[in-house]
Design a binder for this molecule. Structure first.
Ligand code: FAD
Length: 277
């Protein structure tokens, strides 16, 4: 069984204490597991431009491979080009390129730039400097016109020069396998890594999942309801479910797993250890 390529995602902490913990505790602890790279998210509309840059730069200074997420948000081309130059100068060699979402409260005021156009822009301005990852949705992006069109737009992003895709998290493993088949049928031959969200706070996860194009299967919801406030049972069951999901993926030759760590060491480390990686 080939070991899949592993990566870990963070979000930029809001406070200096949070940043300190992320850089001095969380990153070294997860880096000990030997990931290929880390990534750091980007706030809607560019809200975390400076904090994402700060966290990414600090991680990179320690010699670790790290990818900032990037979208146009409300920025103009020169602002994004400048940010790309800054990342280059700081030794960053990969990016996660996204359209992103409208910042809350913006209504339709902002014109979002599709990810394929951002990939085009990055390639025009920086050539082959960056390895580019894009987003994919095994259960289909919530705004998508159809299943078929969403896969076509993924192909367009990859044809524009992205190297691979990372999926939205999912708990229906069949959705991922079916999606890979559809991608292959459409001529996509670049890797589509599985995005995995450990289950920690079930209420928050359920709320978030309603909007982001990921379904939590009914049997998992029902079991979680049984546990109520019993956080230890929620944690244990969550670990079992996600470990089993990863196990199935690895046995099926999944090329890589991207953990949405939520800046926490333990859930990801326990799943990783359960898998015997
Ligand atoms: P796109 O690929 O541009 O697609 C958006 C929608 O438009 C889809 O419905 C698609 O079918 C359609 N579409 C695509 N291209 C075209 C086109 N050319 N013409 C017409 N329609 C088109 N959000 C953040 O705010 N910050 C992050 O850091 C972040 N990181 C993420 C990381 C991963 C791995 C994933 C899976 C998601 C992430 N997101 C993040 C969420 C993401 O920004 C949202 O899902 C967003 O709504 C879509 O971004 P995208 O890059 O997938 O968009």
């Amino acid at each position: 069984m080939a070991k899949p390529r592993i990566s870990f995602e963070f979000f930029p902490p809001k406070t200096p204490a949070g940043k300190d913990k992320l850089l001095n505790e969380t990153t070294p602890a997860l880096n000990a597991l030997g990931p290929e790279f880390f990534s750091v998210t980007y706030g809607a509309g560019g809200a975390t431009r400076d904090t994402t840059l700060g966290v990414v730069s600090a991680i990179r200074e320690t010699g670790i491979d790290v990818a900032p997420h990037l979208s146009f948000g409300g920025d103009d081309e020169e602002t994004v080009a400048q940010l790309l130059e800054t990342y280059k100068a700081r030794g960053i060699t990969r990016l996660v390129a996204l359209r992103g979402d409208m910042p809350s409260g913006m209504g339709a005021a902002m014109q979002l730039v599709y990810a394929n156009e951002l990939v085009d822009f990055i390639r025009q301005r920086t050539g082959d400097h960056f390895q580019i990852h894009v987003a994919a949705y095994p259960e289909i992006h919530p705004e998508s016109r159809s299943y078929q069109s969403d896969v076509e737009f993924l192909k367009r992003k990859l044809d524009a020069g992205a190297n691979s895709a990372i999926t939205q998290y999912f708990y229906n493993v069949e959705a991922y396998f079916y999606f890979l088949d559809q991608c292959a049928a459409m001529g996509i031959d670049k890797p589509v890594y599985a995005g995995i969200m450990p289950i920690t706070n079930f209420q928050n996860l359920a709320r978030f999942s309603r909007n982001c194009g990921a379904e939590i299967p009914r049997w998992i919801c029902k079991r979680m309801e049984d546990f109520g406030d019993d956080q230890e049972s929620v944690r244990q069951f969550g670990l079992e479910v996600v470990t089993q999901l990863c196990q199935t993926l690895i046995e099926s030759g999944c090329p890589g797993i991207h953990f949405y760590t939520m800046n926490q060491v333990e859930p990801t480390r326990q799943i990783y250890n359960n898998l015997g990686l």
